[in-house]
Design a protein around this ligand. Structure first.
Ligand SMILES: Nc1ncnc2c1ncn2[C@@H]1O[C@H](COP(=O)(O)OP(=O)(O)O)[C@@H](O)[C@H]1O
Ligand SMILES: [Mg+2]
Length: 267
């Protein structure tokens, strides 16, 4: 049976998650990564340190809980979910023997492609919409790393039917058949935007809650955790984001200086 069959011919069949070397190789531009604040591929980068510390905590808790799939969310948009996902993925991908897969599930505000400088037209949104079953065409393996990215590209799809249906269920089931050394990250939508985060939370093993210093308040955090219940909060990450958005030359490293990793869990 050809794996190029039309999606309709494969209805109900299990999805196949490609091995990293089955997806196209992609070499990110270091300057672009820097401009996008994706710093954690190298432990020589000063700004990568908080991510290495976070990595240890995440790996420890994932092992303790037998977790495979971790979501990253926040109460409101712009808190730094994608920033954290990209850097956590980069730092995790330096662990020997691990494969890291990142899926952009913030379908309406997708930014993984932008964060890594990926250009394309058909991304994960096309797979989720049922237009293709072939994830090999969507995944991009970052050269020289253990990281594979599944970006979403700009679209005006209604995200809810893409996440709430049987197809998404089957997709997550397929992810769970992967080797146990695979770490899967979902870049999630914010909790207060719509129901998407709640639906996705029903499929992850645990999630990280990004808290934006000075913007996210305690009630937003407790309300978000309540809304995502019974999904497990693996911990929260305080992102002291200083909002250099108006700087036309990008962000200064001061921005990272204000990034504090803060990992707390109500035990
Ligand atoms: N600690 C930080 N230092 C510098 N820039 C940051 C930091 N956190 C977030 N940003 C930047 O802020 C913008 C919004 O963050 P992003 O991760 O896209 O938010 P979200 O995914 O939660 O909507 C992005 O341009 C990102 O690079
Ligand atoms: Mg985002």
């Amino acid at each position: 049976m050809s794996d190029q069959l039309a999606p309709s011919a494969l209805q109900g069949a299990p999805f196949r998650i490609p091995a990293p070397n089955e997806t196209a190789l992609f070499t990110p531009d270091p300057k672009l990564l820097e401009a996008q604040h994706v710093v954690a591929f190298s432990n020589r980068h000063l700004a990568s340190r908080p991510f290495s510390l976070l990595r240890s905590q995440v790996v420890k808790r994932m092992a303790a809980g037998g977790h495979r799939i971790i979501g990253v969310t926040s109460p409101a948009p712009g808190a730094g979910k994608s920033f954290l996902t990209a850097n956590l993925a980069a730092t995790l991908s330096r662990l020997p023997g691990k494969q890291v897969l990142v899926f952009d599930l913030d379908i309406r505000r997708a930014s993984l492609a932008q964060n890594f400088g990926l250009v394309g037209e058909a991304g994960l949104e096309r797979f989720l919409a049922g237009e293709t079953d072939d994830l090999r065409k969507i995944g991009r393996h970052v050269e020289g790393t253990n990281l594979t990215l599944y970006p979403c590209y700009s679209n005006d799809l209604d995200s809810m039917p893409l996440l709430a249906g049987d197809r998404f269920d089957r997709f997550v089931k397929a992810l769970r058949t992967l080797d146990e050394d695979t770490i899967i990250l979902f870049d999630m939508p914010p909790v207060f935007a719509n129901d998407d985060a709640m639906v996705i939370a029903g499929h992850v093993d645990a999630y990280l809650m990004v808290i934006e210093q000075g913007r996210t308040n305690q009630k937003q955090v407790t309300d978000s955790i309540r809304l995502l219940d019974p999904a497990e909060c693996l911990g929260s990450v305080l992102n002291r984001y200083d909002g250099g958005v108006t700087d036309p030359y990008g962000y200064s490293y001061g921005g990272y200086g204000k990034y504090t990793d803060y990992f707390s869990k109500e035990d």
